[in-house]
Design a protein around this ligand. Sequence first.
Ligand SMILES: Cc1cc2nc3c(=O)[nH]c(=O)nc-3n(C[C@H](O)[C@H](O)[C@H](O)COP(=O)(O)OP(=O)(O)OC[C@H]3O[C@@H](n4cnc5c(N)ncnc54)[C@H](O)[C@@H]3O)c2cc1C
Length: 423
Amino acid sequence: MDFEPTSRAKAFHDKLFDFFNQEVLPLHRDWVRQVMRERREPDFLSALQAKARAEGLWNLALPDLTDDQPGTGLTNLEFAPLAEIMGRLPWGSQVFNCQAPDVPNMAMLQALATPDQKTQWLDPLLNAATRSAFAMTEPDVASSDASNIATKMAFEGDKVRINGRKWFATGGAHPDCSFLIVMGVSDPDAARTERQSMVIVPTTAPGVTISRTLNYLGWEDHVAPIAQIELDNVVVPAQNLVGERGRGFKGAQVRLGPARIHHAMRCIGMAEMLVELMIVRARERTAFGRSVIDYDTIQRWIGEARVEIDMNRLAVQRCAWLLDQEAARDSWRPVSMIKISVPNMLQKIADRALQIFGAMGGLDDLPIHHAFAYARWFRIGDGPDEVHLRQIFRSEPQPEWALKDSPYLSVPNLGEQKLRVAE
Ligand SMILES: Cc1cc2nc3c(=O)[nH]c(=O)nc-3n(C[C@H](O)[C@H](O)[C@H](O)COP(=O)(O)OP(=O)(O)OC[C@H]3O[C@@H](n4cnc5c(N)ncnc54)[C@H](O)[C@@H]3O)c2cc1C
């Protein structure tokens, strides 16, 4: 493994760093005012996206672009430091068309969509001309076990009829979201993991109702508002099937790798931003006759944050590097590991930032509140910690020897000891 950035990666990093500091960060106050307070789309976003695109800073998160698709084709490892910069602001990724859930949806369509589907659904996403959502989770079943998904998908000739209820479809409540990728049961009698299919459902199809927008821990995802959706006798063409019928589970894996690693990369950037905020705030406040930065507890928290950020960054980079190796593309284990470790790291650092800022820390005047909510949801979204840990446990090599035969056991086995005492 060589983590030294390539000259191409360095050049992109420097360019994006300058663009972010000069063009994006100064607009953050406007973004908060317009989007969070006045509840409207930012009036500067399209122009800013056009500027980023003209600079070649567009679709940086998709390694498998074809020559006729706009973007850079950076590897996952090359993208990691760029995602960190974007992750510093809740809306940073959107400027460069690198936001969830559109990127994982694009990656899945690149891999599985037919040429017609690519023209109709993928190309507009690549050009930020539309938005999308992935609708798997359901309020009525434990969706961390995706085989519980109950939405019905009846294939009737050249049509599919869909009935069900979804929630937590990130992006589904955005006014520009034109389609959902819906997971449902098409083949109820097939094996447990071969019952589900994925179908593209336009949000304008009769029977689709976005019944409400969901806030998570008080955070409304303004970039990709989260929807609860009713699907009542929705009928779409059977050619909207994504990938093979009954192979929805396998197909969904294609989007989960990029989704998880990109969230982890953004989390590292958020943690860096929090450390800066903590230092600045602690330096500027005096309590009980001392600068807050001079208290051992505060110095220890910041020191620990540095250790945890650097360790997690290395794990994310290793994971990105592995995903870049063709043979390791299906490698879920390193992805699961960072999916657990990184949000737990961010949650701890965000909690300490909240503490250092005192009452102010919890206000939505600062991005600490966003970072905390992001860390907390990421411990559940894309699979709860417990599910990933169980899978890691199950893939752990099981030693074939019994303890009594182990060379690590330096005392005779207990049964023999008892016999000798009896003699
Ligand atoms: C902010 C946010 C955004 C999301 N975005 C999307 C999206 O875009 N599309 C989408 O389809 N879904 C999305 N989700 C949903 C998310 O993927 C699910 O919430 C998640 O898979 C868990 O499903 P559940 O909520 O039904 O919890 P349940 O399945 O009911 O699980 C609840 C708890 O049970 C425990 N548990 C479950 N299995 C095990 C196990 N094997 N071992 C030990 N304990 C276990 C865990 O503690 C788990 O948290 C989002 C969620 C959030 C919070």
